[in-house]
Design a protein around this ligand. Structure first.
Ligand code: ZN
Length: 158
C-alpha cells in the first residue's frame, strides 16, 4: 500500500499549522537540515516544523519548513538561496499569508560563504569574503579576491 496517490494539499495539511511566522517552501529534498543550520535554528527553542519529501510538481520531492514567531531578514533569505535556490518564503500573520517572496541570490554579495581556495586572502586576513554569482541553478560563485570558483559541496556557509 502507498499513500502516493493522495493530493498534495492533503499532505501539506498534515504539517502543523502556524498562526504567525514564516513558511519556507520548495526546499530541495533533504536540504531542510541545511536551512535549519544556516538560520541558526538547530539547538534553539524555536518551534520549527519540518516536512520532508512532500510532493512537488516542480521538484518531484521537496522539503518544507515552518518557523513560528520568526520573520526572516533579507540577509537570511539570501543565505537560503545558497542552498535552496528555488525556495519561496511565505510570511504568515494571524493565520493568513500576508506576503510571499522568492529567494534570489544577489549578483554580488558579501559574507554568507567562505572562499574554497585555502590560500585566499579572505582565509588569512580578518576580511569579509565577497562573491560574484555566476549561476543560481546550481549555485556557482566566484571570489572577488582570488577569482576561485566555488560550487556544489565546495560552498561552505559562514
Ligand atoms: Zn578567494
Amino acid at each position: 500500500m502507498t499513500t502516493d496517490t493522495q493530493p498534495e494539499v492533503d499532505r501539506e495539511f498534515r504539517v502543523y499549522r502556524i498562526d504567525n511566522g514564516t513558511v519556507i517552501d520548495h526546499i530541495p529534498h533533504w536540504h531542510a537540515y541545511k536551512v535549519l543550520d544556516l538560520l541558526g535554528l538547530r539547538g534553539t527553542d524555536s518551534l520549527v516544523t519540518v516536512g520532508f519529501g512532500l510532493r512537488s510538481k516542480q521538484l518531484g520531492r521537496k522539503d518544507l519548513l515552518k518557523i513560528e514567531n520568526r520573520e526572516l531578514t533579507t540577509d537570511e533569505m539570501n543565505r537560503i538561496a545558497l542552498v535552496a535556490p528555488n525556495a519561496t518564503i511565505n510570511l504568515v500573520r494571524d493565520g493568513r499569508r500576508v506576503d510571499k517572496f522568492k529567494v534570489l541570490l544577489p549578483d554580488t554579495f558579501q559574507g554568507l560563504a567562505r572562499c574554497s581556495n585555502h590560500g585566499c586572502i579572505t582565509r588569512h586576513e580578518p576580511m569579509t569574503p565577497c562573491f560574484k554569482t555566476l549561476d543560481r541553478h546550481p549555485v556557482r560563485l566566484q571570489c572577488h579576491y582570488c577569482t576561485q570558483i566555488s560550487e556544489g559541496s565546495d560552498i561552505q556557509l559562514l
